[in-house]
Ligand binder design. Sequence first.
Ligand code: CA
Length: 237
Amino acid sequence: MPSATRSTAPRALLVEDEPKTRESIAEGMVLEGWDYATAGGGREALDLLARDCFDIVVLDGMLPDFDGLEVLHRLRARGDTTPVLMLTARGTLNDRVTGLDSGADDYLSKPFAFVELLARCRALIRRPARASNQPLHCGNLELDPRARVATRAGREIALTPREVDVLEYLMRNQGHTVTREMLERDVWKETHRMTSLDNVIDVQMMRLRHKVDFDGAERLIHTVRGVGYQMAEGKLG
Ligand code: CA
């Protein structure tokens, strides 16, 4: 990847023909300090991707020239592995399977909350770093991903295997909101479920918080209302 395009800000390519949707996503990305380029159709997107480097492609499924799946197919066929988040009109199971089979890294159905879009993009950009086995820290909480042992202020916290998975995921995404959908997909690995795991996840999170943020300890796992959770030191902004 050319170093010139790898500044600290993530660089996204938004492929969407509807100006309203495109502008609102772009506005949100600017507020986040992201860099972006836009394409109004599939051909233009493929041209841009051939010439330039992006950290992520947000690709609408419905485009005026060829559709999102066709763009994706052509992109992968030429060996381009840039992470792609597909936007679909409806969250049907078929769309989902077709999207993931054709090489999309994730998909999101319209209408979506911007915070969800951003969280998915971040998770995709961050993926390669996940393999690291270095101990993770947040305040006086430490997790050794290799030994799968968590300590707080030097004291070991007894966790179930699932709790270790959730904690590791939260710590790797520290400072960013983790949605229930992300937990469902990346920790529970349930991408083809028809019913939501929200309740299961909420109960699990309650137990985990009870162990990690015990009485008298500074709160590290925060609730982001209606969206999910975030691990951070101090209060959320
Ligand atoms: Ca469209």
